[in-house]
Write a protein that binds this ligand. Structure first.
Ligand code: PEP
Ligand code: MN
Length: 367
């Protein structure tokens, strides 16, 4: 029996996003925000020859803090329509409520996406779902800002239950406390789990909002392709350094063309490829976990330094034998419950403890 066929029958009863939507990667590109009509047309002129499937531009920009450019609003809808008329590109924008949705539809917008700050709120998602009832328009749902898979799934279910069958998701990463090389940590295991639960739901990577800067855009897009994502959403601006929002992460149409050309796509699926995909997914989970472990170790050292400062102020010695015994006993117990051998736990803790002491030493000996 053809395994692929059975797989296709599972999951949501979806329809293609648009006629002939078969190529991989599916590409959404365009500026973060619609600034002026000229800016949109300039971006579209550069993107049209690259075969993008949707031209994106935010009109209503949800900003985390006030005082940033909040989008041109309703005024920009006719600009997007111009892009469509002049360059024949499908256009997509972000909607955060029913009013946005209806205005977008009235102006011939071809598809909409729900942003990360909206997906996080079931009231808002339900309002959009209610507005979508009876309509047939492709909807792309970004992951919520926080790493809560059920919140993402909840949004998918609400929109699906409203009757939307042209549906896809966009992985844009997660805001997280603590230093990271990403603006939004990808936490690949979450979209991987989503893909496992909804195998036929197209998934795109928003490499721009994951990276937050230009470097790394290709690596993140490539990783997504290696994980068998269906496409990507990338912010492209005719003059990125002058952008009114998210300028650090936007690239020119020419650079975007180079990025697309550099992407390596795997051969069509075979059973063997399924195995390779699985291996890739598992390796990616391991990389992600290793990064998290290192983040935590970094945090642990910071705490050790604080203790060092405190000891210095109170004139207490670094090493306290009782404390080391206590750490060891506790960790051996915790390790055992997780299937980790005593030898491993001891070696692991010794290494961490030594590093921790070195950090304490450093702060205690600093003037
Ligand atoms: C955007 O795509 O410009 C945007 C605001 O993204 P997100 O909702 O992922 O933050
Ligand atoms: Mn943006």
């Amino acid at each position: 029996m053809n395994r692929k066929k059975t797989k296709k029958q599972e999951g949501l009863a979806l329809e293609p996003l648009f006629e002939g939507a078969v190529k991989r990667p599916l590409v959404i590109a365009g500026p973060c925000s619609a600034e002026t009509e000229e800016q949109l047309l300039a971006a579209a002129e550069g993107l049209a020859p690259l075969g993008v499937d949707y031209f994106r531009a935010g009109i209503w920009k949800p900003r985390t803090r006030p005082g940033n450019f909040e989008g041109a609003g309703f005024e920009a809808l006719p600009w997007l329509r111009r892009v469509k008329e002049v360059y024949g590109l499908r256009v997509i924008t972000e909607v955060a409520n029913g009013e946005h949705l209806f205005a977008a539809l009235k102006h011939g917008i071809d598809a909409v996406w729900i942003g990360a700050r909206t997906t996080v709120n079931p009231f808002s998602v339900q309002e959009i779902a209610d507005a979508l009832r009876g309509l047939d328009i492709p909807v792309f749902i970004k992951n919520p800002v926080n790493p809560d898979l059920n919140l993402w799934i909840g949004a998918i279910e609400r929109i699906y239950e409203a009757g939307i069958r042209r549906l896809a998701v966009i992985h844009r990463g997660y805001s997280a406390h603590g230093a990271s090389k990403y603006r939004n940590k990808p936490l690949w295991q979450l979209p991987i789990e989503l893909k496992r639960r909804f195998p036929n739901l197209p998934i795109l990577v928003d490499n721009s909002h994951i990276c937050g800067e230009r470097s790394g855009l290709l690596a993140v897009a490539q990783k997504a392709m290696d994980l068998n994502y269906d496409g990507l959403m990338t912010e492209v601006h005719p003059s990125p350094d002058d952008a009114w929002s998210d300028k650090a992460q936007q690239i020119t149409p020419a650079s975007f063309g180079e990025l697309l050309a550099a992407l390596v796509l795997r051969a069509p699926s075979t059973d063997d490829e399924e195995f390779r995909n699985l291996l890739e997914q598992l390796r990616s989970e391991i990389d992600e976990i290793d990064e998290q472990l290192l983040d935590l170790l970094g945090q642990r050292m910071k705490v050790a330094e604080q203790i060092g400062l405190y000891k210095k102020r109170n004139n207490i010695a670094i090493l306290q034998a009782g404390r080391w015994e206590e750490i060891l006993r506790r960790a051996q117990m915790l390790g055992e419950a997780r299937g980790l051998s005593l030898e491993f736990m001891e070696a692991y803790l010794r290494a961490i403890h030594e590093e921790s002491i070195n950090h304490q030493m450093r702060v205690m000996n600093e003037e």
